[in-house]
Ligand binder design. Structure first.
Ligand code: ADP
Ligand code: DAR
Length: 368
């Protein structure tokens, strides 16, 4: 569709979809100032939100420099989603030292707020600076990236703290796993779901060439995982059942430094926006810190509606037991995580999870 038609379509969709931040942030006057190549790039970023008008964010970056190259658009979209100023600058910091109102010694122990051992997980998105972002990769790019990472995993396999194996979905890969093994990893919350079923990622080009270039590295203790080729080039995460949130947070930081130190791997970064991610909702830290917790009272109607109403003002997002766009667990299990990712430090995110869970538990108990 030539851009005049797209601009017209955006103008039509904009008043009908006030919650679609990309549509609301698009300025045709700014768009007209761009040369043809740049117009092509920016329109590619909006395609998901045009094809899915009920999107909330409605756009994904397709090149590592998009946020900086199309600042007039992204500054508006970021300000609207993250509730920050248009000239906001992100700072990364994993140290809990300067975070206020923490428990003694900065130990974020769920048991101290009356909770049992829960499944805890912290993940960060990272993209290699030398490749296009997933929305603009060719199949060859995707397989090349996976091959690069399979070489890098050799260093992790040799490390007793992270040793494990890489499982590939790429047909013909020496590490290829079959459908049953893949589904078992998904059911165990280790591997990501089939991206070709995600309408947003499909329209963004991020799910293209599925399943080529996709897979996951899993440590022997299944507590350290790296996804390859999902919404970002890499999703690096630590996960374990327990009560001390610091354990997964600290282990992830050490693991991330090991991966970042692997020869030839350079992560895409922006001077103003921190870690570059496909989705603007993840920009800055790329971090989502979550626990799976049973909320039988807040989910007594079998849905996450009430839980979302209570969690939102606490700065918390509610997802289903299977992650984004999935239903709650039969036992009322939901996935709780701080909504903020940008203009907040990594340390503040894990602290926000601890404080948010404490407040959410009080609400759950008050209904009982
Ligand atoms: P992401 O967190 O990477 O944005 P999703 O929300 O889709 O992606 O979650 C991906 C997978 O991770 C899903 O299987 C989800 O159930 C699992 N998951 C997320 N948080 C936890 C957790 N705290 N404990 C166990 N599994 C989790
Ligand atoms: N449905 C898309 C998703 C945005 C946030 N989730 C991500 N990035 N997985 C939207 O624009 O609403």
């Amino acid at each position: 569709m030539p851009f005049d038609d797209k601009i017209e379509l955006i103008a039509k969709l904009k008043p009908e979809n006030p919650a679609n931040i990309a549509l609301q942030s698009f300025d045709p006057v700014y768009f007209e100032t761009l040369d043809a190549g740049s117009q092509n790039r920016l329109m590619a970023c909006l395609n998901s939100g045009i094809e899915n008008p009920t999107s909330e964010m409605g756009c994904y970056a397709c090149q590592p420099s998009d946020y900086d190259d199309f600042r007039p658009f992204f500054a508006k979209a970021l300000a609207a989603y993250h509730k920050v100023s248009e000239d906001a600058q992100h700072k990364n910091n994993w140290s809990l030292e300067r975070v206020e109102d923490l428990p003694e010694g900065g130990v974020l122990d769920l048991a101290a707020i009356g909770l049992p051992a829960l499944s805890m997980r912290v993940r960060v998105g990272r993209n290699l600076a030398e490749f296009p972002l997933p929305g603009s990769m060719t199949r060859n790019d995707r397989v090349l990236l996976e091959t690069r990472m399979m070489g890098a995993f050799g260093k992790l396999i040799a490390d007793p703290d992270y040793g494990g194996a890489y499982h590939s979905l790429t047909p013909g890969s020496p590490n290829e796993i079959d459908a049953a093994a893949y589904q078992k990893l998904v059911d165990d919350h280790i591997m990501f779901k089939d991206m070709s079923n995600d309408t947003y990622l499909t329209a963004a080009g991020i799910a293209s060439d599925w399943p080529y270039g996709r897979g996951c590295y899993v440590s022997a203790d299944r507590g350290f995982i790296i996804w390859v080729g999902e919404e970002d080039h890499l999703r690096i995460m630590c996960m374990e059942r327990g009560t001390i949130l610091n354990r997964v947070f600290d282990r992830l930081k050490v693991a991330l430094d090991v991966v970042a130190g692997i020869e030839g791997l350079e992560f895409a970064m922006s001077g103003d926006y921190g870690v570059v991610t496909s989705c603007p909702t993840n920009l800055g830290t790329g971090m989502r810190a979550s626990v799976h917790i049973q909320l039988p009272n807040l989910t007594s109607d079998g849905t996450d509606k009430r839980a979302k109403q209570i969690a939102k003002p606490l700065g918390l997002s509610v997802r289903g037991a299977g992650g984004e766009h999935t239903p709650i667990g039969a036992d009322g299990t939901v996935d709780i995580s701080p909504s903020a990712r940008f203009c907040i430090t990594e340390a503040e995110i894990i602290a926000a999870l601890y404080k948010g869970i404490s407040l959410l538990k009080k609400e759950e108990d008050s209904i009982a």
